[in-house]
Write a protein that binds this ligand. Structure first.
Ligand code: CP
Ligand code: NVA
Length: 315
C-alpha cells in the first residue's frame, strides 16, 4: 500500500484549465481569495485531511523562482513538506521512464508538481501516477499562473466574468492558459501577436468548439482598446533558441505607456515574470501605477495553497 493521505481513489490532477470544469475552477479561485485573507496560519478547516504527514515532490526540467518557492512555502503553510528536485537529480535524467518514475514516486509522496519541457511528459506522469500531478508549466500551458492572475484581476477590478483582457505579444504557453480561462471563466480575450507566433491550433480549435470569446489579430492597439487589463510575457520562453528573430518580429507588440493609454481608465498591467524591461514591456509601465506584477507573484503563493488543498482532497 502506498503511504498516501489521499481520500479518493482517483487522483485530482491539476493539469490544465481546459481539463477542469468551471465549478471546480471557481472553487479554486475562491479558495485562493480565502487563503490570502487567512494569511500564513491556514485555519484547520481549510486544510486537507492528513496534510501534516503529506509530502509534495517538485521536479524541474527548467529554472524557476516563483513556482518552485511558492509551492514549497505553500506546502509548509498548509502543514506539509516539500522535496524540490531538478530532473537531473533523478534517474529520468539517465533514461528511466516517466511511467516508472510516476509509479515509484506515488509510493513515497502525496503529490507531484512538474515543470516539464514537453507537455507529453506531464501527461505521461499523470497517466501512471496514483497521486495528484500538478502542471508547473510546460510548452503547452501554465495553469497555476493564470489562476493567480485571475485572483489578481478580481481583487483589483471585481469579478472577471464579462470583462475584457488583452494579451499582447507571443501566443505562448501562458497565452494558452489565458485562452482556456476565457472559456471557463466567461471573459473576452483579445490576442495581438505576429502571425508566426499565434497560439497553437489545438487551443484555437478548442476555444472555437467551446464558443469562447477569444479573437486573434496582429494589431496591438486594437487589442488593447478599452481593455480592463493588458497582459504580456517574455518574448523568449525557456528553451527557445531563436531569440534574435523573436525580438525582431515582436517589436510592434511591446507594451508601453502609449499602448496602455488605449486601455480602459483604471486598466491594469500584468506579466507573469520574469520580465525584460525595454523588450516586451517598458520600465515605466511595469514599474508604474497600473502594474500589478508583484501582486500576481504574491498570489502564486495563495493559489498554490488552494490548488494543493483541492488536489489533496479538501473542499
Ligand atoms: N511566473 C513563473 O512561473 O515564474 P518562475 O519561472 O520563476 O516559476
Ligand atoms: N512563457 C515563459 C513563462 C515563464 C514563467 C516561459 O515558458 O519561459
Amino acid at each position: 500500500m502506498a503511504p498516501t493521505t489521499q481520500l479518493s481513489s482517483l487522483p485530482r490532477h491539476f493539469l490544465d484549465i481546459d481539463a477542469l470544469d468551471a465549478k471546480t475552477l471557481r472553487h479554486i479561485v475562491d479558495t485562493t481569495h480565502a487563503m490570502k485573507r487567512a494569511g500564513k496560519r491556514v485555519p484547520e478547516k481549510m486544510k486537507p485531511d492528513g496534510i501534516d504527514d503529506a509530502v509534495l515532490v517538485t521536479i524541474f526540467e527548467k529554472p524557476s523562482t516563483r513556482t518552485r518557492i511558492s509551492f514549497d512555502v505553500a506546502m509548509r503553510q498548509l502543514g506539509g513538506q516539500t522535496l524540490s528536485l531538478n530532473h537531473t537529480d533523478l534517474q529520468i535524467g539517465r533514461g528511466e521512464s516517466i511511467a516508472d518514475t510516476a509509479r515509484v514516486l506515488s509510493r513515497y509522496v502525496d503529490a507531484i508538481l512538474i515543470r516539464a519541457n514537453a507537455h507529453s511528459t506531464l501527461l505521461e506522469l499523470a497517466r501512471h501516477a496514483t497521486v495528484p500531478v500538478i502542471n508547473g508549466l510546460t510548452d503547452r500551458s501554465h495553469p497555476c499562473q493564470v489562476i493567480a492572475d485571475i485572483v489578481t484581476f478580481e481583487e483589483r477590478l471585481g469579478p472577471i466574468k464579462g470583462r475584457l483582457i488583452a494579451w499582447v505579444g507571443d501566443g505562448n504557453n501562458v497565452a494558452a492558459s489565458w485562452m482556456h480561462a476565457a472559456v471557463r471563466f466567461g471573459f473576452e480575450l483579445r490576442i495581438a501577436c505576429p502571425d508566426e507566433l499565434a497560439p497553437k491550433q489545438e487551443v484555437i480549435d478548442w476555444v472555437a468548439r467551446e464558443k469562447g470569446a477569444v479573437s486573434i489579430g496582429s494589431d496591438a492597439a486594437q487589442a488593447a482598446r478599452g481593455a480592463d487589463c493588458v497582459v504580456t510575457d517574455t518574448w523568449v520562453s525557456m528553451g527557445q533558441t531563436d531569440a534574435e528573430w523573436r525580438k525582431k518580429i515582436l517589436k510592434p507588440f511591446a507594451v508601453d505607456s502609449q499602448l496602455m493609454s488605449q486601455a480602459a481608465s483604471g486598466a491594469i498591467f500584468m506579466h507573469c515574470l520574469p520580465a525584460y524591461r525595454g523588450h516586451e514591456v517598458s520600465a515605466d509601465v511595469i514599474d508604474g501605477p497600473q502594474s500589478v506584477v508583484f501582486d500576481e507573484a504574491e498570489n502564486r503563493l495563495h493559489a498554490q495553497k488552494a490548488i494543493l488543498a483541492w488536489c489533496l482532497g479538501a473542499g
